[in-house]
Design a protein around this ligand. Structure first.
Ligand code: HEM
Length: 212
């Protein structure tokens, strides 16, 4: 998994070393890192649907690593913009975030991913409590939607790739929604069986205490 997740960086390093970055090296590096941010994000979101469909529980162990790699690629993608596009000109960067909606949306996605990366350890799950932690980590869905929106917004008319990502994200979120609806639909039945068990237990107790 580590090898697969680091391969895009090795590819980029290879392109740098062989001077193979195309006519616009900054765009090439930015786009490659942006592509891999989105791929890692979608891969991390694919883990739960895959587990639901295949029943392979071990897949869950990949989710955290993929999420952290998505964040690492997002930080590198953002850093290229900070260092090579704007040379640390903070006022100009702030103006760009406000002026270009696709930058606003990309920035928001990165900001949303930050607390998720910071709270990804088992210690943080314990400290926040599982329920609050799960609720906080639902932000990943918003970040992924914004990531796809960022790409849709910046891509030239007629470019199909961002729509492929949008379709994959819709499919992954759709599977989760169906699973959640099914869970909720079966919840009253689970409640009813608890009630039935309680009624049986009360009946047994009454029979035990009845004078013979
Ligand atoms: C989770 C966050 C983000 C994701 C998933 C993401 C993803 C992407 C993707 C897929 C591309 C297009 C790559 C291609 O054309 O092949 C891209 C391009 C780009 N992104 Fe992001 N991005 C994110 C955050 C950001 C942030 C925070 C910034 C800067 C503040 C940013 C600035 C850019 C720029 C300047 C481009 C190149 C646009 C062009 O080619 O003209 N992105 N990003």
């Amino acid at each position: 998994m580590w090898l697969a997740a680091l391969a895009p960086l090795a590819y980029l390093a290879g392109c740098v070393l062989t001077d193979n970055l195309g006519a616009n090296p900054i765009d090439f590096v930015t786009d490659t890192l942006g592509d891999w941010t989105l791929r890692m994000l979608l891969a991390s979101l694919a883990v739960t649907p895959l587990r639901l469909l295949t029943g392979q529980a071990w897949l869950v162990t990949l989710r955290r690593l993929l999420g952290l790699f998505a964040f690492a690629y997002a930080v590198m993608h953002f850093s290229v913009w900070v260092v090579l596009d704007f040379f640390f000109d903070w006022p100009l960067m702030a103006a760009d975030i406000v002026k270009r909606p696709y930058i606003t949306v990309g920035m928001t996605a990165l900001v949303l991913l930050t607390p998720l990366a910071l709270t990804s350890t088992a210690g943080m799950v314990k400290r926040l409590g599982a329920r609050a932690w799960r609720r906080l980590h639902r932000l990943v869905y918003v970040a992924a939607i914004l990531g796809v929106l960022h790409y849709l917004w910046l891509a030239k008319v007629g470019v199909k790739t961002p729509w492929v990502y949008a379709a994959i994200l819709a499919l992954l979120l759709g599977i989760r929604i169906v699973a959640a609806v099914r869970r909720r639909a079966s919840a009253p039945r689970a409640g009813a069986s608890v009630e039935a068990a309680r009624a049986r237990w009360v009946k047994r107790r009454l029979e035990d205490t009845r004078p013979r």
